[in-house]
Design a protein around this ligand. Structure first.
Ligand SMILES: NC(=O)c1ccc[n+]([C@@H]2O[C@H](COP(=O)([O-])OP(=O)(O)OC[C@H]3O[C@@H](n4cnc5c(N)ncnc54)[C@H](O)[C@@H]3O)[C@@H](O)[C@H]2O)c1
Length: 323
């Protein structure tokens, strides 16, 4: 199939491109490199079935597709707070552009939404029919609210034009190709632990997170797109195992054999206390199962970070932080 991956040079997009190429698809990766990196697509840059287009998907461009994965959008708090307007536009105007193409070309479409669509949830764990608790004017609103609008657009195209579209709400994901300095909890902790620097925790460390290894997430994306009877559906994709931020920090220090200490800083505005998906719909409808346990996933990720940091050891940028 001809598959378009917007945001394909990003963390999840590049892992998805690799999987699609492995399965024999023709992949067009479209990315403006706002938060992504050409290094992520370097391993398959010369693959005969891979094409990279440096382009902003809020603007129209000609392409042919049977399948469109719309993954483009800054995803970390550092990324979307640095680029709030771009984030709003890629999830609204960019989603509209991709949906229009899906309609014209009769292509299958997937919108990558986020657990942040639930805001600071009052319901735990979150099921797909929970509407969320979002601050529409806070510093995270550029991301949360634009993802919610992207979901609305997707559902209206499905209802008005019967296009073959679905939504996935992705929960915290980690693994190779994530940005080392994007301020997310796992990259932050690993980068700090490998340098034997203090690990920074915002708050007292007792807020919880659940993290999903990227190959499991990509499997969920593939199933959500290609399984029958998924059009018009919304699926949570993430890990259900909840751990405290303090626990993550201690585990990473131990897996890195690091001498780092842990330091505590004030909590950040609108940082959710708990975030844990209910994934029973994805398990039941898609047959999705998590395969990589947390220690194994962290080991693989630490190895990748170690190789990357050795490679770029001459570049010593300060680590930007936020959980
Ligand atoms: N990583 C997570 O834990 C997570 C959690 C929830 C949702 N998501 C969603 O998954 C998707 C991928 O996230 P990620 O972690 O890989 O982020 P990422 O920042 O690594 O990748 C996003 C990619 O989109 C590209 N991009 C941004 N605006 C663009 C535009 N206008 N035109 C073309 N390309 C553009 C960026 O350059 C980048 O390569 C995003 O939509 C994000 O909201 C990710």
């Amino acid at each position: 199939m001809k598959v378009v991956v917007t945001g394909g040079a990003g963390f999840i997009g590049s892992n998805l491109c690799a999987r699609l190429l492995d399965e024999g698809h023709d992949v067009l990766c479209v990315d403006n490199l706002l938060t992504g990196s050409e290094q992520n697509i370097e391993p398959f840059r010369t693959h005969p079935h891979f094409t990279f287009l440096h382009h902003d998907v809020t603007q129209p461009f000609p392409f042919q597709a049977d399948v469109i994965f719309h993954m483009a959008s800054p995803a970390s708090p550092v990324g979307y707070m640095e680029h709030p307007i771009e984030t709003i536009l890629v999830n609204s105007q960019g989603t509209y552009q991709m949906l229009e193409q899906a309609r014209k070309q009769n292509a299958m479409f997937l919108f990558s939404s986020t657990s942040e669509a639930y805001g600071d949830p009052h319901v735990h764990p979150q099921t797909e029919n929970y509407w969320g608790n979002v601050n529409p004017i806070g510093p995270r609103a550029c991301y949360d609210e634009s993802k919610r609008l992207g979901e609305t657009l997707t559902m209206e195209f499905y209802r008005q034009y019967s296009i073959n579209a679905r939504i996935v709400r992705i929960f915290n994901t980690y693994g190779p190709n994530s940005q080392m300095d994007d301020g997310r909890m796992i990259p932050n902790f690993i980068t700090q632990a490998l340098k034997n620097e203090p690990l920074t925790i915002y708050g007292d460390g007792h807020i919880t997170r659940s993290i999903c290894y990227v190959s499991d997430l990509v499997e969920g994306l593939m199933l959500a797109m290609f399984q029958p009877h998924t059009a018009g559906e919304v699926f949570n994709l993430g890990n259900t195992e909840e751990r405290t931020v303090l626990d993550f920090a201690q585990t990473i220090i131990s897996l890195c054999n690091s001498s780092s200490i842990i330091i505590f800083e004030p909590s950040r505005i609108d940082d959710p206390e708990r975030r844990r998906p209910n994934i029973s719909k994805a398990q039941r409808v898609l047959g999705w199962q998590l395969k990589v346990n947390m220690e194994e996933g962290l080991r693989r990720t630490i190895e990748w970070f170690r190789e990357r940091s050795t490679h770029f050891s001459n570049v010593s940028e300060p680590v930007r932080t936020s959980n």
